[in-house]
Design a protein around this ligand. Structure first.
Ligand code: THU
Length: 136
């Protein structure tokens, strides 16, 4: 990934984190998706009084990218209001894996430390569309 794209994703994710709707947990998360077009799409967590209805920042950013017409996702940045980088939850790992095992996932906290993985490192043996084909 280009440094320029990574910097722009961080900026977008930090900005989205400011818009988090997190009145229950107080845990604000921003995300940014880099699409194959080079465009960047932000998302934040949106909580709900019916707690399980909550959607994570990563899935909201993916929704924005796909809704805008992106068909391929290159990278997802997640930026949590935490002293350390936070990796995506299991549901978000599955959501990211939909777009292939090589999607890059970059995680940051409030500081400058970054950790980066491929989604297949975060979710090995993911369930995928291949399993839906030729069902026995
Ligand atoms: N959350 C995210 O948005 N992304 C993550 O990677 C971890 C968790 C949100 C969901 C919920 O609103 C809050 O953080 C606490 O779980």
């Amino acid at each position: 990934m280009l440094q320029r794209d990574e910097d722009a994703m961080l900026e977008a994710a930090r900005q989205a984190r400011e818009n988090a709707w997190a009145p229950y947990s107080g845990f604000r998360v921003g995300a940014a998706v880099l699409g194959a077009s080079g465009r960047i799409y932000p998302g934040c967590n949106v909580e709900n009084a019916s707690y399980p209805v909550t959607t994570c920042a990563e899935r909201n950013a993916i929704g924005a990218a796909i809704s805008a017409g992106e068909r391929r996702i290159v990278a997802v940045m997640v930026c949590a209001d935490h002293k350390d980088p936070v990796t995506p939850c299991g549901m978000c790992r599955q959501a990211i894996a939909e777009f292939g095992p090589d999607v890059r996932v970059v995680c940051v906290g409030r500081g400058d430390d970054r950790v980066e993985y491929s989604v297949s490192e975060l979710l090995p043996f993911a369930f995928g569309a291949d399993k839906l084909e030729g069902r026995a």
